[in-house]
Design a protein around this ligand. Sequence first.
Ligand SMILES: [Zn+2]
Length: 267
Amino acid sequence: MSDQAERRQRLYRSEAIVLKRRDYGEADRLLTVFTPTHGKLVLLGKGVRKTQSRKAGHVELFTLSTLLIAKARTWDLVTQAEMIEPYLPLRESLLRTSYAYYVTELLDGFTQEQDAHPAMWRLLRETLARLAACKEETLALAARFYDLHLLALAGYQPQLFTCVACQAALEPVTNYFSIVDGGVLCPKHGEGRIGAETLPLPLFKALRFIQTREWEQVAQLNLSAGLHAELERLLHGYIVYQLERNVRSAAFLRTIREQVQSVTRDA
Ligand SMILES: [Zn+2]
């Protein structure tokens, strides 16, 4: 193979959004990015902390860029970066910045490296664009829309239309919500159940609406501050529970893998 062909084979190009970054060595940075076709990747940006670096501005947090990446042993290297969309308001307004952090951290928590998920890529991209452009009073709704749609794409969609215990269609009454059971319970199965809380009808309706409608419709919702606070509390409890379960299972898998490796080594 010619040198040039060999080099081409070790390079790949991808769109990427920077989820997270941390300093590495004197002038480098480790970048956690999400891509449409390779999922989440951890890449090494060499020299990007130097002020004269040509790559620096193109690999800022939350920016959408095209990267040229070289395969390497530990972390693949960012060799070129060209910004497509900076989503500037996400770095200029503290409020928007905090929402962008929330969105990227959640995505990081619910994904594994090298696991392509084009629908999640679309959701991330659309959500960042929304958070950069929407009115301030719509930011919270955009975050709740993201919560419910990310949960669905990650395989943790809360069940909101049939009772998690008896599968009967849920009626528009005061039902119950159970984080541990993964969704809503009818009054018969929810009452007195450990871990189930009452789910007032307006909250129930808001959850179902946000889970099933397009953003354009959800953006028109006019929830009271109190109802939104309840919605946020309920979803956060649910997300934290799912993420902790995830983290535990990841740690468990690591232990198993280490045991398998040590057995193979000893054999
Ligand atoms: Zn039931």
